[in-house]
Design a protein around this ligand. Structure first.
Ligand SMILES: NC(=O)c1ccc[n+]([C@@H]2O[C@H](COP(=O)([O-])OP(=O)(O)OC[C@H]3O[C@@H](n4cnc5c(N)ncnc54)[C@H](OP(=O)(O)O)[C@@H]3O)[C@@H](O)[C@H]2O)c1
Length: 325
C-alpha cells in the first residue's frame, strides 16, 4: 500500500527531513496496520535526526508517538480490532500516514480524549509518570525542581507533581513561559537564562534544597542541579536539550550531601505490558477527568515537520506540538 511519510536518509539539520512516498506492507504476526491521524513532536526526534541517538539504519522514519485507527490486523492479534482508536509511545516510525506496529504497544483511547490530545500526551505523559512515581517517588510536601517547565513534558510534570502535593519550582526561558508554568502547577519559577538556579532554590526552600531535580537540559545545568539538592537528594538527568552531560567523578556526590544521580529512559519504563498499562491507565484517567490538561500549543501538517523541528530547537514552543496527518 502506497502512503507518505517523513524520512531521513542521513543525519543533519531539519533540512534532511523528506516528505516521501513509502510502501507499507501487510501486518505480520502480532502486528497491526494503523491509519494515523496525528503524531506528537518530541525532543528525542531531534536527537535521532541530528545523530545523537541511533535510528537503526537509513532511510529512517522518525517520530515516537502517534494516534490512529486500526485498519488491518495480523495473525495472533486479539487485544485490538479493526476500527479501534489507539495510541502508542517510543516506537520509532510515527511520522507517517500509515504504519505497522506490534499490537502489544497500543492502548485504546476513550472517546473523551481527542486525537490531538492523544498524540501529544503518550510519550510526554508516560515520561512524567515514571519520573514522579518510579525515579523519585514524590511525596506530599516535597519540593522539586523541574526544567523546561513550560515545555511538552514540563507542563504535564508540573501539573501532576502539584496533584501529588509537591511544591514545584520550575525553570523557564522567558516571562511568558513563567506565566504558563504558574498556571499549570508551578509554585515558583526561575528565569534560568539569567538567574542563579541553586541560589534561587535555596532562597525558596529556606536553605534546604529540593528532594529531586528533574533535569532535561543536560550539559549546561548538571552542576546547578546537583547544587540545588537537599542531602540524599536525587538528580534525574533525563534529557540533553543543551547537549549530553560531560563525564564526571562520582566522588563529588559525597561532600555535596550523599546525592543520587540517575539517567533514566522511557524505553525501560515501557519494557513490559504491565509497566505500559500502569502508566497509561493513570495518565488516561487524569486527562479524561480533566485533572491534567494537555496543552497542544502548536499544530502543523506532518509535511511541514522541518519547521516544527526548527521551532522546537529555537526554544520557541510551549507545551506540545502535534503534527497533523
Ligand atoms: N529520558 C526520557 O525518558 C525522556 C522522555 C521524554 C523526553 N525527554 C527529554 O525531555 C526534554 C523535554 O522534551 P520535550 O519534547 O517536552 O521538549 P520541550 O521541553 O517542549 O522543549 C525543549 C525545551 O528545553 C528548553 N531548552 C533549554 N536549553 C535548550 C537548548 N539549548 N536548546 C533547546 N531547548 C532548550 C527550552 O525551554 P526554555 O525556553 O524554558 O528553557 C525548550 O522549549 C528533552 O530533553 C527530552 O529529551 C526524555
Amino acid at each position: 500500500m502506497k502512503t507518505r511519510a517523513i524520512r531521513i536518509h542521513q543525519t543533519g539539520g531539519p533540512e534532511v527531513l523528506r516528505w516521501e512516498e513509502v510502501n507499507v506492507g501487510e501486518p505480520g504476526e502480532g502486528q497491526v496496520r494503523l491509519h494515523q491521524s496525528a503524531c506528537g513532536l518530541n525532543y528525542i526526534d531531534v536527537y535521532g535526526r541530528s545523530g545523537l541517538y541511533p535510528v537503526g539504519g537509513f532511510p529512517a522514519t522518525l517520530g515516537m508517538e502517534g494516534v490512529g485507527t486500526v485498519e488491518s490486523v495480523g495473525d495472533g492479534v486479539s487485544s485490538v480490532s479493526n476500527g479501534d482508536r489507539v495510541a502508542y509511545a517510543m516506537k520509532i516510525g510515527a511520522y507517517a500516514e500509515a504504519r505497522l506496529i506490534a499490537s502489544d504497544q497500543l492502548v485504546k483511547i476513550p472517546q473523551g480524549i481527542s486525537d490531538q490530545t492523544a498524540a501529544a500526551m503518550m510519550l510526554k505523559g508516560l515520561t512524567a509518570h515514571y519520573l514522579l512515581f518510579r525515579t523519585y517517588p514524590v511525596r506530599s510536601g516535597d519540593s522539586i525542581l523541574v526544567y523546561a517547565a513550560a515545555g511538552g513534558v514540563g507542563l504535564i510534570l508540573c501539573q501532576w507533581a502539584s496533584l501529588l502535593g509537591a511544591t514545584v519550582i520550575g525553570c523557564v526561558g522567558s516571562e511568558d513561559k513563567a506565566e504558563l508554568a504558574k498556571a499549570n502547577g508551578c509554585d515558583h519559577t526561575i528565569l534560568y537564562r539569567d538567574e542563579d538556579i541553586p541560589a534561587r532554590v535555596r532562597e525558596i526552600t529556606d536553605g534546604e534544597g529540593v528532594a529531586a531535580a528533574y533535569d532535561s537540559i543536560g550539559k549546561v545545568t548538571f552542576e546547578a542541579s546537583l547544587d540545588s539538592l537537599r542531602p540524599f537528594g536525587v538528580l534525574a538527568t533525563y534529557g540533553n536539550a543543551s547537549g549530553p552531560v560531560e563525564p564526571f567523578n562520582p566522588g563529588i556526590l559525597g561532600p555535596k550531601g550523599s546525592l543520587y544521580v540517575t539517567r533514566p529512559t522511557l524505553a525501560t519504563h515501557l519494557a513490559t505490558r504491565a509497566l505500559l498499562e500502569q502508566g497509561s491507565n493513570r495518565l488516561i484517567e487524569l486527562v479524561e477527568n480533566k485533572s491534567i490538561k494537555i496543552h497542544v500549543n502548536q499544530t502543523l501538517p506532518l509535511a511541514d515537520c522541518a519547521e516544527a523541528h526548527r521551532n522546537l530547537e529555537a526554544r520557541n514552543t510551549t507545551g506540545s506540538t502535534v503534527l497533523v496527518i
